[in-house]
Ligand binder design. Structure first.
Ligand SMILES: C[S@@+](CC[C@H](N)C(=O)[O-])C[C@H]1O[C@@H](n2cnc3c(N)ncnc32)[C@H](O)[C@@H]1O
Ligand SMILES: [Mg+2]
Length: 222
């Protein structure tokens, strides 16, 4: 059996046992695929992990950067109380449209809101609204801007908030200091920012699974 088949099988087992998609999550995957969105959403075990993080955190507010079809949005929004709020920023109007429908189908339209535009334009507008500090920030958009997103996350959170930066391993290429790939450069810069920033403490974990070899960074705001 190939290594990747083994990773797939283990992910399938964990998904079936611990984090099966219900109707709304299945529909979000189906409708995203039907609309031709790239298949780059988190897996079901990762979605459940984000949901658990939000629950452990007692989160009432979540900021997501990179919505796609709203799959991770739905997992996280389900961790929030009915008075909770999730704002998800998405560059593509088409992705945002699909996500908005998926979120409504999941009955989460009062909690989760998708804002269209480049996140680096949406973030200052959001800051102008003086929102309550976000308890959890999930960064999962264009990886080249990861350090800017971590800086914005710091401005929009409080001591004790969590910041998750997805896909930082890049099949191991994160160790390549000479890489000119913006995704690698941005992921390295985010890791180094978490490492040296006086208001952040963090770690990064490698993962294997149905999406191959990757991983995420997790930081706590001090
Ligand atoms: C990996 S996908 C997000 C997956 C989603 N978080 C999930 O797991 O279900 C990245 C998304 O970020 C969006 N994106 C790319 N550049 C962006 C930018 N500058 N601002 C906001 N969103 C951006 C892409 O259009 C895409 O929908
Ligand atoms: Mg991701």
């Amino acid at each position: 059996m190939s290594e990747s088949q083994l990773w797939d099988d283990v992910d399938d087992y964990f998904t079936t046992q611990l984090s099966p998609n219900d109707e709304a999550l299945d529909a979000a995957v189906r409708e995203s695929e039907a609309a031709g969105l790239p298949r780059v959403a988190v897996t079901a075990p990762q979605g459940k992990f984000l949901q658990l993080l939000a629950q452990i955190q007692g989160a009432r507010t979540i900021l997501e950067i990179g919505t796609l079809g709203g799959y991770s949005t739905i997992w996280m929004a389900r961790a929030l109380p009915t008075s909770g709020r999730l704002i998800s920023l998405e560059y593509s109007a088409r992705h945002a449209e699909v996500a908005t429908r998926n979120i409504a189908r999941a009955g989460l339209e009062r909690i989760a809101e998708v804002r269209v535009g480049p996140a680096l334009e949406s973030l200052p507008k959001l800051a102008d609204e003086n929102p309550a500090p976000f308890d959890l920030v999930f960064i999962d958009a264009d990886k080249g801007n990861n350090p800017q997103y971590v800086e914005w996350a710091l401005r929009l959170t409080r001591s004790g908030s969590l910041i998750v930066v997805d896909n930082v391993v890049r099949q191991g290429r994160v160790t390549d200091a000479d890489s000119t790939d913006p995704d690698v450069v941005g992921s390295r810069a985010a890791i180094e920012l978490i490492a040296r920033h006086p208001r952040l403490t963090g770690t990064a974990l490698q993962t294997v699974g149905s999406k191959g070899h990757d991983g995420f960074a997790l930081a706590r705001v001090l």
